[in-house]
Design a protein. Structure first.
Length: 370
């Protein structure tokens, strides 16, 4: 009869039906969380940007990741930069922030300086969206083809060509490598590149601190091949609040005082730490113990004597040796990011013996993240 079930029809299994509903509800919840988080981020970005524009600050980019805010760009004076920093620190909803602001360079009226919009790449399991400026159609095509290989679906309508900006030759391959590496690690993330500010930022959330640490380490190593500064907005589930800025500043000051006029000494052309070097590390361990929640970057540097590849490898091996010493003394591996810069970031003249000695160094940088 109409409306009656045929004898061969079977009712939907109740467990299967329940599981289907749970999957749908989980997807809705995840979508709501992502949408809600991005709404908060957009609100912070819009609020800060509008206030700065009303005050005549027009060449500053504001990027929010959760409650962490990054401000980059140029201002008329150091006083204006200080005022921007003071303002951002007081904006409701901003938990932590960092700035990479510079004073505008006054150029000859005959010189043409063209600024580029930073490149913003964001992805989910469904695909990627990219916006910003590139120097030519060839580079735009190269970016899009690479992103299609990595993400499948790409919305590149916001990626436009702007004549006169610097070509991406020096950092294109690094950016692509970084993109591929991060996509393998996380289904949701973003990368921000500001060539004018020499800055790359990566943002994503991982399940554990160890996974976050490994991702940050890889990103740091990849970006080290360029002149860009790397800044991390990587976090992990249930991460504790980041350390207070004053803790980071105080630890950095303590470390700087300890290593002023000293170096972590190694045997010649080796990654073996000398007794003088271990004595200095013992002092640094005391400082680290006072601020256990502050993460540290350990960076190795060399002078310019010898082959570039050898120096890059040596700088990384020496930084690894320092990490191994600190971990053997009881520190957590997850607390540290290790990078080798080789001879690429000298602090003194490599044409003198004294300058080369100063360039052969290990640097410790306190990080504003959990």
């Amino acid at each position: 009869m109409p409306g009656q079930r045929e004898p061969d029809d079977k009712p939907i299994d109740g467990i299967v039906f329940l599981m289907m509903n749970l999957i749908v509800m989980s997807a809705l919840i995840v979508g709501a969380v992502i949408f809600g988080t991005r709404t908060i981020e957009s609100g912070l970005e819009e609020r800060i940007s509008e206030t700065l524009k009303r005050e005549g600050v027009t060449e500053v980019e504001v990027r929010a990741t959760a409650q962490h805010v990054l401000v980059v760009g140029a201002a008329d004076s150091q006083e204006t930069i200080d005022q921007i920093i003071d303002y951002v620190a007081t904006v409701p909803g901003v938990e932590t922030f960092e700035s990479n602001l510079r004073v505008k360079i006054v150029v000859d009226p005959g010189e043409l300086v063209i600024a580029a919009d930073p490149i913003n790449l964001a992805w989910t399991a469904a695909g990627a969206t990219v916006s910003g400026n590139v120097s030519s159609d060839d580079f735009r095509d190269a970016f899009v083809l690479s992103f299609e290989d990595t993400f499948g679906t790409v919305d590149a309508t916001g990626l436009t060509v702007k004549d006169g900006i610097n070509k991406e030759t020096d950092w294109f391959s690094t950016f692509i490598s970084l993109t591929e590496n991060m996509r393998e690690r996380t289904p949701v993330g973003s990368i921000f590149v500001s060539p004018d500010d020499n800055l790359i930022q990566v943002a994503a959330e991982f399940e554990t601190r160890s996974l976050r640490a490994a991702a940050r380490q890889d990103a740091q190593d990849i970006v080290a091949a360029t002149t860009f500064e790397f800044t991390s907005a990587l976090t992990y589930e249930d991460a504790p609040p980041p350390p207070r800025e004053e803790q980071v500043i105080e630890l950095q000051s303590s470390i700087d005082e300890l290593i002023e006029g000293k170096i972590v000494e190694f045997e010649s052309n080796s990654d073996v730490i000398t007794p003088v070097g271990t004595a200095l590390l013992e002092e640094i361990l005391v400082a680290l113990g006072q601020f256990p929640d502050v993460s540290i970057e350990v960076a190795g540097h060399t002078d310019d004597q010898g082959a570039d590849d050898f120096n890059l490898d040596l700088s990384r091996r020496r930084a690894d040796a320092v990490l191994n010493y600190l971990v053997a003394a009881g520190e957590s591996t997850d607390r540290f990011v290790v990078v080798g810069y080789g001879e690429t970031r000298p602090v003194a003249d490599n044409t003198t013996a004294d300058g080369r000695a100063r360039n052969r160094r290990i640097e410790f940088k306190a990080l504003l993240e959990a």
